[in-house]
Design a protein around this ligand. Sequence first.
Ligand code: SF4
Length: 352
Amino acid sequence: MSIRPELPIKNLTELGLPELEALFASWGEPRFRAKQVYQWVFQKGARSIDAMTNLSKALRTRLTDEGYAVGRVRVGRVSESIDSTRKLAIKLDDGAAVETVLIPMGDNKFSQCLSSQVGCALDCQFCYTGTLGLSRHLTPGEIVDQVIVARAHLPEGARITHLVYMGMGEPLHNFDGVIGSLARICDPDGLGYSHRRVTVSTSGLVPQIERLGQTVPVNLALSLNATTDEVRDAIMPVNKRWPIASLMAALRAYPLPPRRKLTVEYVLLGGVNDTDADARRLGDLLRGMAVRVNLIPWNPFQGPGYDRPAEDRVHAFHRILDAQGFTVTVRVTKGLDIDAACGQLGERPTAA
Ligand code: SF4
C-alpha cells in the first residue's frame, strides 16, 4: 500500500476554500456559497450535507447526487483515565486506525494531541508507536477531523484550546498533510486557532524543520532525548541521518516569532540519558537559545527494556538545568492507565 493516501476529492473535509470556490463556479453557484459550505464543515463541524441548513435544497441535493460527503473519520472506543484524560480511537474509512488524546489543562480547557500518520517509520526505541512501523500518512482532512469529532467527547462547557502534533507519527514526515491541515486549523473561516496555540513536534528531520519555519509560524517542539550522537543513534535511528550538531543548527536558524520559545522535549530513560553529565551537556547544547525544556520521565510499555528514572534522578536533572537559567518543566504524566501518555499511542494486539 502506498504511504500517500489518495485524496478523496468528493469529501468536503479534504477541500480548501479555493477548491470549493472553483467547484461552485463550475456549477454556476455564487462565490459566497463556497464559504458557507467551508464554514459548515470546519467551523460548525457539520457531519452531513443535510445539516447545512442555509444552503438551498437544490444545492444540497446536487452535492449529494454528485457523491459529496462530509468527514472521513469515526470515533471508536473512548477510554477515560482517572485523571480525566480521554483517549479516542479514530477509525478511518479504509479501516486503518489512529488515536487522539484530550488532555485536561484545568479551567475546562483541553489540549488535544493529534496523530499525523498510521504508525510511524522513525523507530524511536522508547516509543510504542515506533514498533508498529508506518502504514500511511493521514490526509489533511483526517487530521482536522480528529479535532472536529473530539468536540463531542468533551465535558459540558469545555473547549479544546491548544493543539499539539505529538500523537502517532512523525508530523514532518507527512509534511504536506500537516501543512494542509494547518491551513484549515489556523484559518479564521476554518477552525480559527491562533498559530500560537498550535505546536508541531519532530524527532529531527532537519530539511523539513527549515521548510516548516518558512511556511507557517506555529510553535516547534524537538524531541531530543540525548546529548551525544552515540546515545541518540542508539535510541533514535533518525540521528544517524541528521546528527545533533545539524539539529542544533536548524533550531538556531528557526524563525521564531517574537516572545516565543522553542520546546525541547527530553524523555528520561533510567541509566541511559539521565546522568548529571547529560544535564550539563544539554545545557551546553541549548545555551543562548530561546527554549523551554520539557523533561518526560519515560512511560513504560512492554518490550524495549528501559526503566523509568528514579524520582531523585529527575529532580537532579531538573536542578542542573534550572541552575543554568533554563525554563524547565517536568511533564506530569497523564493518561498512563489508559496507554494515552507520551510514546504509548497505538492499538495493542488483543489477547487471544
Ligand atoms: S517518538 Fe514520534 S517519531 Fe519517534 S517513533 Fe514515536 S511517533 Fe515516531
